[in-house]
Design a protein around this ligand. Structure first.
Ligand code: PNS
Length: 167
């Protein structure tokens, strides 16, 4: 039987527990999950691409059937290259859907790949990479919402520490 492959794309700047929740849910639906670390033309990342890939790979090292790849160009091209039958994206609420809807249509236009939306853990609905960076920039505590190595990398990039927030 052919294995069913899903791609979970994002800029993952940085990976959060919300992303990890999504990858686990995607893996429960598909035989293989390819996490595609890409470039969002509308954002300038805090962490370089290799750091984002390495941090995500470290965070999913214990998950069977999950691998992390760099996405240098179009998501539609990567989906074709890896033989994906779907893109899996997480939705925290209506704003996420509004942003994702045109991307899903464009990706289907380009490659006929379907996008599957998964509702994440509501306990993590407040967690986003942008929020994590905003909190860490000022020395707030991000250690519950990102893996330990990620917290370290983000604090280092800002030159802050969780202790700064406790002063
Ligand atoms: O986590 P993000 O920043 O919302 O991820 C956005 C990302 C990287 C998945 C998106 O920008 C993307 O797919 N970029 C690759 C270029 C592409 O395929 N663009 C056209 C279809 S959206």
């Amino acid at each position: 039987m052919t294995s069913r492959i899903a791609v979970c794309p994002g800029s993952f700047d940085p990976v959060t527990v919300g992303h990890l929740d999504l990858v686990r849910r995607a893996r429960s639906l598909f035989d293989e999950v390819v996490v595609a670390v890409g470039i969002n033309a509308g954002k300038s990342p805090l962490l370089d691409a290799q750091a984002r890939i390495d941090l995500f790979a470290g965070a999913v090292a214990d998950l069977d059937g999950v691998r992390v790849e760099r996405m240098p160009g179009l998501l539609a091209d990567l989906c074709r290259e890896v033989g994906a039958s779907a893109i899996v994206k997480g939705l925290r609420g209506g704003a996420d859907f509004d942003a994702e809807h045109p991307m899903a249509l464009m990706n289907r236009h380009l490659s006929e790949v379907e996008t599957v939306f998964v509702i994440g853990d509501p306990a993590l609905a407040h967690v986003s990479s942008s929020m994590v960076k905003d909190v860490a920039r000022y020395g707030g505590d991000i250690t519950d919402v990102v893996p330990p190595r990620v917290a370290e990398a983000v604090y280092t990039a800002f030159g802050t520490d969780v202790k700064d927030g406790a002063r």
